[in-house]
Design a binder for this molecule. Sequence first.
Ligand code: TMP
Length: 206
Amino acid sequence: MNGLFITFEGIDGAGKSTHIDRLAEAFREHGRVVTLTREPGGTPLAEQLRNLVLNDTMDAMTEALLVFAARRDHIAQVIRPALARGEVLLCDRFTDASFAYQGAGRGFDREILATLEHWVQEGGLQPDLTIWFDLPPAVGAQRLSGARAPDKFESQPLAFFERVARGYADRMAASPGRFAQINADQDVSAVWAEVGRAVHAKGMLP
Ligand code: TMP
C-alpha cells in the first residue's frame, strides 16, 4: 500500500486533536498502520526544539530556523520512514504553520521560508492532504480564554491570529488541490462529518 501523508492545520483553539485521533481510528479499522505525530516535535531532538520555540522569547528568524530544524529531523527520522513502509502518517501541523505563524503572524520573509521549505523538504516532499480547521479568530480566542496556562503563541493578541488565519488562506490559494477547508465553528459531530467527507473525496477511505 502507498504511504499517505495527511496534515492538520488551524489557529490555536481550532479543535484539531479530537479529529486527528478519530481519523487514526478510522484508518486502523480499515487495516492501515497509522503513525500519529506532531510539529514542532515528533522526535526527541524536535521535541526539545518545540520546548524552546513555545516557551522562549526569540526573533522571528530564530523561530523559523528552529521550526525548520525540528522539521528536518522529523522528516528524516519519522515521516519518510513511515511513508516508505506504506503507513498512514497523520501530522498535527507542518510547513503551512510556518508560513501562517512565522510568515503571516510574525511578518517574517516568505521567500526565506520558501527557501527553507525547499531545502528541508528535499525532493519536493508535501502532504497528500492538508485539513485546515478554519475558525474565526475571535471564536478561537474565546475558546482559549478558558484554557490552561497559555504558551507563547496562545497568548498572542487577536490581531496575530487574524494574520495567521489569512496566512492559511494564502497557502490554500497557492495549492488548492492539497487543501480541504473545514468549517471548525460547528459542533464536533458536524466538523467530523466534514473531515470524513474530505478524506473520502480523496479516495483515502471508503
Ligand atoms: P500545537 O499547540 O497545535 O501543538 O502547536 C504548537 C504551536 O506552534 C502553535 O501555536 C503553532 C506554532 N507553530 C509555529 O509557530 N510554526 C510552525 O512551523 C509549527 C509547526 C507550529
